[in-house]
Design a binder for this molecule. Structure first.
Ligand SMILES: Cc1cc2nc3c(=O)[nH]c(=O)nc-3n(C[C@H](O)[C@H](O)[C@H](O)COP(=O)(O)OP(=O)(O)OC[C@H]3O[C@@H](n4cnc5c(N)ncnc54)[C@H](O)[C@@H]3O)c2cc1C
Length: 341
């Protein structure tokens, strides 16, 4: 168990004070040991994957950070049409996307280059280019951190339906059981085949420009990686938590009213969505820097920490952006990354 580790060094936004303890969880034994330690010390725990969607606060975390490091990729079943795999929660999501696409299975190619781990993917139901992890999750295997080891069964498996996936949400981050389960493994079911056009505008544009008519998972994975490379921050050189605000979902009445006010509303999976990045751009904030935090000029939903000295700087920048958008459009933006508290 390591002591006093800076959260800024474990998260891609690179902010936050020290965590009192950090435990590497490589299997159930190390998880049990870390949980027992936290219980004896009366300390809270926080599960951390790759740190790509969490923000540390200046006061740090007076508890135990459990770093998700469980590895493994096991083929449970394979036919010419389908493949079911069981993946350790600590595996890198992008590595799994690569393996799956190389074998010709569809369902994850749109998730190419999303930073982070397999175990975190179901938590906020990661999605991009029209795909979501929910579409390929068969079940999620967990360790119940709130159960008593002596009296309860600590192992819990959730079917896809039981995960209650929604836009950037699931039972793992929403409702009474948010933060209760440590995801040890994710079972994915993939199918042979390929996506059908039309694709998302930027992806379609890339395919057209490069005259690509092969929509195999591997080809789309390559194209998505190229498109993302052009607009996403390179985390080796830039600090960011990716999209900092959630998109806005409206009912039909609200959508009509928004359209009448000239706001772009698009339909996705039968729902009305306003792109918060578009609102930020229309509010004239793209490329602007507040307190060392820059609104990406390439994708306005993304904030980049150029020189913020503290979480307080980020909080002030966030308020500035939220205020400007609310003043212009009447929508209050909601933060996507989780804070370690
Ligand atoms: C440049 C950039 C681009 C991004 N693009 C996208 C995108 O296109 N689409 C998208 O959806 N997201 C995107 N994200 C957000 C991020 O990649 C995802 O949220 C990803 O799932 C985070 O994985 P992580 O392992 O880093 O999780 P962390 O950030 O470490 O944790 C995220 C949440 O999951 C919980 N968690 C992590 N592991 C486990 C586990 N094993 N068991 C239980 N809970 C766990 C944590 O407690 C926390 O609540 C992007 C982020 C960045 C920095």
């Amino acid at each position: 168990m390591e002591e006093n580790v800076k959260i800024s060094e474990m998260t891609t936004m690179r902010l936050g004070g020290a965590a009192r303890y950090v435990a590497e969880v490589e299997d159930e034994v190390s998880l049990r040991a870390a949980l027992n330690f936290a219980k004896l010390q009366g300390l809270p725990v926080f599960v951390l994957g790759g740190g790509a969607n969490v923000i540390g606060r200046d006061e740090g975390f007076d508890g135990v950070i459990l770093r998700s490091r469980i590895r493994g990729f096991e083929i449970l079943a394979q036919t010419p049409r389908e493949m079911t795999v069981r993946v350790g929660g600590g595996e890198v999501l992008d590595d799994i996307v690569k393996i799956v696409c190389e074998r010709g299975y569809t369902g994850m190619e749109g998730l190419t280059s999303i930073p982070g781990t397999m175990g975190a993917a179901p938590v906020q139901n990661v999605g991009a280019y029209g795909q979501e992890i929910a579409q390929v999750v068969e079940r999620v295997e967990c360790y119940d951190m709130w159960a008593s080891e002596a009296t309860d069964d600590v192992h819990k498996t959730f079917t896809n339906k039981e995960c209650k996936f929604g836009y950037r949400e699931s039972i793992f981050n929403t409702g009474a059981d948010a933060g209760r389960y440590f995801i040890t493994h994710v079972v994915l079911k993939l199918h042979k085949g390929e996506l059908k056009p039309p694709f998302y505008t930027s992806l379609q544009k890339y395919l057209d420009e490069h005259n690509i008519k092969d929509y195999s998972p591997e080809q789309i994975r390559f194209a998505v990686a190229q498109v993302r490379e052009g607009k996403m921050p390179d985390l080796r050189f830039e600090a960011s938590a990716g999209s900092f605000f959630k998109n806005i979902y409206l009912n039909d009445v609200e959508a009509e009213e928004a359209k009448a006010r000239g706001i772009e509303v698009w339909r996705e999976h039968g729902q009305n969505v306003v792109n918060s990045g578009w609102l930020i751009q229309q509010a004239g904030l793209s490329g602007r820097t507040f307190y060392g935090v820059r609104v990406s000029e390439k994708a306005s939903l993304i904030l980049i920490n150029d020189s913020a000295r503290s979480y307080s700087d980020l909080a002030r920048a966030r308020e500035r952006i939220v205020w400007a958008v609310e003043k212009k459009f009447g929508f209050r933006l909601e933060q996507e990354p989780v804070e370690i508290i």
